[in-house]
Ligand binder design. Structure first.
Ligand code: COA
Length: 488
């Protein structure tokens, strides 16, 4: 189409040129030139626009949200799944969280700090969602779910393997009910010997290669504080979902999206699989173990705080350590700034001394070099050191405590740390959307109370009448079974 328009445009432009040679026909010429220009512009717009609508002329941030119009049936619980659907909600998707009547997501009551209020565990993972309670094993509940499946674009779940099928929500059933629906799942493992296992964060860190490569060589494997198994897999799943939504614009059909937590962790630990293969060809020279003359085994070892890249780095004490557990800085001896490092720490001769001047010469002496740098960092607070080192582009970072991060004003300004109002727990602090889009600004809204939007969803989304709603409610499909009188 675009090629044709370009040809037509060229023809018109030729005609226009020829006509321009005859002064008597000025008006005709002007007209021809105008129409040629129009045809070219049209053709160019078609090619450049790639079938997209014209660029919006509303100000950035004022033309809706990135995922506006996408409706998610959110069957997630605990952390991995909720992280994923929270991100989608922040990007503007309508996320309908289906919860078990009377109980809801188990995290509502876990690690509770305020009596009778949803826990921070729940509130910090379920912003911007709506909550409906449905007993998915009740016949009427199943009917309501089928209706929701027809109107939603994506079903997201992270139940134990087989739980969704046991509810009758098999892929075949969902695909038949709504062929456009994407079914996205987090599981502990992909197909294989462990596929039926239940998995939590630390199990994933251990089975995905993170724990065996974290910690110090002479200590046991260590799990990290960052929830790379849960939140990390939630992030992977969110990308899988938006990618499947994009493919659906071409194919018109849904598909299954699976993220196994083991796979997600291994993906984040890929540099350690890199090192595993390097071991075949000699020692890992950037690991402190090399400088200490300790032989390598046949698997990637734990490397303490050694940098995972080609530039050696360590955590060093600053003024106040070790009494202050966070008075430390991460210091990287990046090769291009070696001379500046020597000047800052007061070892100018190391700039030219062949024992120190090249990265290769320094590798066996990293412990000694970092000990000397630490003598300097211990004379400064971590923030003073950061300021001085950054003047010379020396890569470094203070070890920030959660207390410091919570008080950080620049993180508040960017919305990475936000204060949220909640009707039963009051104001609390949360991590906002870490992914910033300039045309889809995130407002962080509080998490829903259990079943807060049940009526609203039945009315607005399923268009049910008051009579129908009363009938469903009467069936017990949306409420917790009455507690039996113990005396009876
Ligand atoms: N109505 C009725 N029943 C419901 C329901 C609803 N609205 N929502 C959940 N249930 C039921 C499920 O059908 C399931 O019942 P079944 O086992 O009889 O079929 C039951 O609740 C429990 O689900 P399950 O997922 O097994 O929860 P669990 O607490 O036993 O296990 C995990 C929790 C996290 C270990 C498990 O869900 C899991 O391995 N998930 C995948 C990996 C994952 O995401 N892990 C990280 C979590 S942060």
């Amino acid at each position: 189409m675009a090629k044709k328009s370009k040809k037509t445009a060229k023809k018109s432009a030729k005609k226009a040129k020829a006509a321009a040679k005859k002064p008597a026909r000025r008006t005709v010429v002007a007209k021809a030139v105008k129409s040629a220009k129009k045809a070219v512009a049209k053709a160019v717009a078609k090619v450049a626009g790639n079938g997209m609508p014209k660029p919006s002329n509303k100000p950035f941030g004022m033309d809706g949200k990135a995922l506006q119009g996408v409706r998610i049936l959110d069957f997630t619980h605990v952390q991995s799944g909720p992280t994923c659907t929270q991100l989608l909600a922040w990007f503007g998707a309508d996320v309908i969280k289906v919860e078990r009547p009377g109980i809801g997501d188990i995290t509502r009551g876990q690690l509770r700090d305020v009596p009778n209020a949803d826990s921070l565990y729940f509130t910090m993972l379920n912003h911007n969602k709506r909550s409906i309670t449905i007993d998915s094993k009740h016949p009427q509940g199943k009917r309501v779910l089928d209706e929701l499946i027809k109107t939603c674009d994506v079903l997201v779940e992270n139940f134990a393997p087989g739980a969704l099928d046991r509810m009758g929500l098999t892929w075949d059933h969902i695909h038949k009910t709504n062929p456009r629906m994407i079914v996205a799942s987090v599981k502990g493992f992909g197909p294989g010997p462990y596929e039926d296992c239940k998995v939590y964060e630390n199990v994933a860190q251990c089975t995905g290669g993170s724990a065996s490569t974290t910690g110090f060589r002479d200590g046991p494997p260590l799990v990290t504080g960052a929830q790379i198994g849960d939140s990390g897999t939630g992030l992977h799943l969110a990308l899988g979902i938006v990618t499947a939504l994009f493919q659906r614009t071409r194919t018109g059909r849904g598909q299954k999206v699976l993220c196994a937590m083991q796979d997600g962790v291994l993906n984040l630990a890929r540099v350690k699989l890199r090192d595993q293969q390097r071991l075949k060809h000699g020692p890992l020279t950037e690991y402190s173990q090399y400088g200490e003359g300790i032989p390598f085994g046949d698997a990637t070892p734990r490397a303490g705080n050694d940098s995972g890249g080609g530039q050696p780095g360590r955590i060093l004490m600053c003024k106040g350590a070790p009494d202050d557990p966070n008075a430390y800085i991460y210091f990287i001896t990046q090769a291009p700034v070696w001379e500046a490092i020597c000047d800052v720490i007061g070892e100018p001769t190391w700039k030219t001394d062949p024992e120190y001047a090249t990265p290769k010469a320094r590798l066996p002496k990293l412990n000694q070099i970092f000990a000397r740098i630490e003598q300097w960092t211990m004379t400064k607070t971590k923030f003073e050191a950061m300021e001085i080192l950054n003047q010379f582009d020396i890569p470094c970072g203070p070890i920030l405590s959660m207390k410091e991060l919570a008080a950080d004003q620049s993180l508040r300004k960017t919305g990475t740390v936000v204060e949220v109002e909640h009707p039963t727990r009051g104001t609390y602090l949360s991590v906002g959307n870490p992914i910033k889009l300039s045309d889809s600004i995130t407002e962080v809204k509080r998490s829903p109370l259990l079943g807060e939007h049940t009526d609203e969803i039945l009315t607005d989304v399923l268009k049910l009448s008051a009579k129908d709603i009363a009938e469903i409610k009467g069936s017990g499909a949306l409420s917790a079974p009455e507690k039996k009188d113990k005396a009876a």
